[in-house]
Design a binder for this molecule. Structure first.
Ligand SMILES: Nc1ncnc2c1ncn2[C@@H]1O[C@H](COP(=O)(O)OP(=O)(O)OP(=O)(O)O)[C@@H](O)[C@H]1O
Ligand SMILES: O=C(O)[C@H](O)[C@@H](O)[C@H](O)[C@H](O)CO
Length: 169
C-alpha cells in the first residue's frame, strides 16, 4: 500500500477538503472520514453564528481527529481537517506520528467563489478571512504535500495521488 498511514486533507474552509478527500480515499482504496463530523454541537453552533473557533474550541476536535488517524496507522485512511496552524498539526502528529498532510491551496478568489456558491453547509463564507488569517502552510520538516485546487475535483485528486506516491528522495 502506498500510504499505510492517515492522510489529513488540510486547508481553509471551501478549498475542497471533503470533495477531494472522498475521491482521494477512493483512489487509495482506504476509508474516508469527514473531520467536521468530529466537531461538538457547541463548535458547530459557534461557526454557524459566524464566530471563528479558537484553539480551546479546536483541541477536543483535534484530539478526536488524532484518535481516528492513530487508528488508521499501518492501514491507511483519509480524513478532512483544516489543521490550519502548525500547532494543530503537531497535536495530530502527537496522536499519529506517521500522519501525512495534503494541503489544498489556491487562489483566494476561487475559494471564496466556491464557498459562496455552496449550499447547506454550516460554515459561512464570512469566516474565510479568519481562516486565511490563521493558516500556516506546511513547514519543511512536516510530512506532506501541497496541491493547487484549480481544475476539477478528480483532477486534483489525481494530482494528490501522484504527489503522495512520489518516489523516495
Ligand atoms: N475542484 C472543484 N471545482 C469546483 N467546485 C469545487 C471543487 N472542489 C470543491 N468544490 C465545491 O466547493 C465547495 C466547498 O467544497 P468542500 O465542502 O469540499 O470544501 P471543504 O474544504 O471541505 O470546506 P469546509 O472546510 O468548510 O468543510 C463545495 O460546494 C464543493 O462542491
Ligand atoms: O477553524 C477551523 O479550524 C475550521 O473552520 C474547522 O473548524 C472547520 O471544520 C472547517 O473548516 C469548516 O467546516
Amino acid at each position: 500500500m502506498d500510504t499505510p498511514h492517515a492522510v489529513v486533507v488540510m486547508g481553509v474552509s471551501g478549498t475542497g477538503k471533503t470533495t477531494v478527500g472522498v475521491l482521494l480515499a477512493e483512489a487509495l482504496g482506504v476509508p474516508y472520514a469527514d473531520g467536521d463530523d468530529f466537531h461538538s454541537a457547541h463548535a458547530i453552533a459557534r461557526m454557524s453564528a459566524g464566530v471563528p473557533l479558537d484553539d480551546a474550541d479546536r483541541e477536543p476536535w483535534l484530539d478526536a481527529v488524532g484518535r481516528w488517524a492513530h487508528g488508521r496507522s499501518g492501514r491507511g485512511g483519509v480524513i478532512s481537517c483544516s489543521a490550519l496552524r502548525r500547532a494543530h498539526r503537531d497535536r495530530l502528529r502527537a496522536a499519529a506520528p506517521d500522519v501525512e498532510f495534503l494541503h489544498l491551496t489556491g487562489d483566494r478568489a476561487l475559494i471564496e467563489r466556491r464557498t459562496a456558491e455552496r449550499e447547506g453547509h454550516f460554515m459561512p463564507a464570512a469566516l474565510l478571512d479568519s481562516q486565511f488569517a490563521a493558516l500556516e502552510p506546511l513547514e519543511g520538516d512536516e510530512a506532506g504535500v501541497a496541491v493547487d485546487v484549480s481544475g476539477s475535483p478528480r483532477e486534483i485528486a489525481e494530482r494528490a495521488v501522484a504527489a503522495l506516491r512520489r518516489p523516495e528522495d
